[in-house]
Each structure stands twice: as structure tokens, then as C-alpha cells.
Design a protein around this ligand. Structure first.
Ligand code: APR
Length: 236
């Protein structure tokens, strides 16, 4: 079924969430027991408030995430998506993830809605550094300002540029495939609906049900993403 939809579509957009990286060894946020937000309160460690009020906890939380990303590799599912982009099977990727794995595995048309852990920047002068600063526990800019990861924190709005570009991509899609997202965070979770309302077929691949499943033309809950992508790739 999914292979046929991919063969028939003219413009396929892939939309990924943290479930795309669990098979690389990175925890997602909301899976029972293992999700990051099962262990930590995001407003205490991943918010503008935490950056201003509890900066040591903020620094250490993000240092662990930067180290976690550096210790993990994109799994084979990422290579399949990169191959599909090169052979015209898919046209673009919109991701909520900040691990940089799509780009690392060769995908080129990637929209990182929530920014990237690969970079940090000064909260005061905006100077940008590589995130290896966090590995070395260097948390302050030459100017004395706090260095923060170049990700969207809780309490911050999505920059208009990436949002508009993702909306345009979603409107162009005739096939929109969600891979590994609970679709609980707005406004990132609007893009599947924008695509659907623009006439696209909507596919949701997620180990747990989402509130958007009833909008989908196809829902797959019983297969991990890596396994599914390998299976579908073999049918194309
Ligand atoms: N295959 C398929 N689905 C999976 C897999 C897998 N191998 N591993 C996990 N999942 C599913 C989980 O069941 C879960 O419902 O992926 C989903 C991930 O959902 P979340 O943990 O909520 O992650 P996400 O939807 O990306 O969160 C969105 O929330 O905290 C913010 O900024 C953060 O970008 C993040 C946003």
C-alpha cells in the first residue's frame, strides 16, 4: 500500500519526529517510560525560563543531549530517505528533530523546524559557535553572554521563515508521510493538516496512536520506521 502511494505520487513530503531517531539510540520525548519528558519537566530544562532562572541545569541538560547526538549515528532508514530524494521518490523532508541526522545522511531538501543541536549561539550578541563548546563545558561567549543551543526552546515561537516554507511544502504535497511523531506540539503539528486540506493523501507511521489518525488515509502502528522503510524500499 505505502509503496503504491509512493509510486503514484508526484510530490511526496516526509515529516519526521523523534520516533525517527529512536532506532539510532536517541530517546524520543513522550514514549512511556523511555521518553525524555517522562524523566524531566521540559519547562525546567528546555525553556527560556530555565535559560534565565536555572542556567546550570539548562547547560547540563543540553550538554547531555549534544553528547548523545555525537555518540549516535543515523540508522539505515535515513539513508533510504536520502536515496529516495536523489532518485525522485520523495521531494523534501520537514523535521521537528534537532539531531541533524537527515543532513548527515545526505538528504538535501531538509527543513529543520526546531533548529539544530549542531550549533550554539550567544544569547546576547548572537555570535554562533559549534556545539562542541558544550562538550568542552564552555558555556559563555567571548562577550560574556550565555551560549544556548540553536534550537527552539519552550516558550519561543517558531521563526516565520521555516514555518512559511514548511507550509508551502505541505501545500505542494500530494503525499505527506509522518514518521515517528506524536503530533502533540503546535504549530509543528499543523503541517499534516495543511497537506491534507490541500488535497494530499496523509500517511501516519507511529508506534502509538495520534490525535490526527482519523484524518489519515493510511495509519501504520505495528511497524518500526526502520523496518518499514526497508520493506517499502524493496518494493519500489
Ligand atoms: N517507529 C515508529 N514510531 C516510533 C518509533 C519507531 N522506531 N520510536 C518512537 N516512535 C513514536 C512514539 O510512539 C511517539 O509517539 O514516535 C513518537 C514520538 O513522539 P514524541 O516523543 O512526542 O516526539 P515528537 O512528536 O517529535 O515531539 C515533537 O516536542 O518536545 C518537543 O521540540 C520537541 O520536536 C519535539 C516536539
Amino acid at each position: 500500500m505505502l509503496a503504491n502511494l509512493l509510486k503514484e505520487s508526484m510530490y511526496t513530503v516526509i515529516y519526521t519526529g523523534a520516533g525517527m531517531s529512536t532506532e539510532s539510540g536517541l530517546p524520543d520525548f513522550r514514549s512511556a517510560q523511555t521518553g525524555l519528558w517522562e524523566q524531566e519537566d521540559p519547562t525546567r530544562v528546555a525553556s527560556t525560563e530555565a535559560l534565565n532562572r536555572d542556567v546550570e541545569k539548562f547547560f547540563q541538560f543540553y550538554r547531555q543531549r549534544v553528547l548523545g547526538v555525537k555518540d549516535c549515528q543515523p540508522h539505515a532508514g535515513y539513508d533510504i530517505l536520502s536515496k529516495w530524494e536523489k532518485n525522485g521518490t520523495i521531494q523534501s523532508v520537514i523535521t521537528q528533530n534537532v539531531d541533524g541526522f537527515h543532513t548527515e545522511s545526505g538528504s538535501e531538501s531538509v527543513l529543520e523546524l526546531h533548529g539544530t543541536l549542531q550549533k550554539v549561539h550567544c544569547q546576547t550578541c548572537k555570535k554562533e559557535y559549534d556545539s562542541s563548546m558544550y562538550e568542552k563545558e564552555s558555556f559563555y561567549c567571548d562577550c560574556g553572554g550565555k551560549l544556548r543551543p540553536s534550537v527552539i526552546l519552550f516558550g519561543e515561537a517558531l521563526p516565520e521563515g521555516p514555518f512559511m516554507k514548511a507550509a508551502e511544502e505541505s501545500e505542494k504535497a500530494d503525499l505527506f508521510i509522518v514518521l515517528g511523531s506524536s503530533l502533540t506540539v503546535t504549530p509543528a503539528n499543523q503541517f499534516p493538516l495543511i497537506a491534507k486540506e490541500s488535497g494530499a493523501k496523509l500517511v501516519i507511521v507511529n508506534l502509538e496512536p495520534t490525535h490526527f489518525d482519523h484524518h489519515a488515509d493510511l495509519v501504520i502502528h505495528d511497524k518500526k520506521i526502520g523496518e518499514l522503510l526497508a520493506e517499502v524500499d524493496g518494493l519500489l
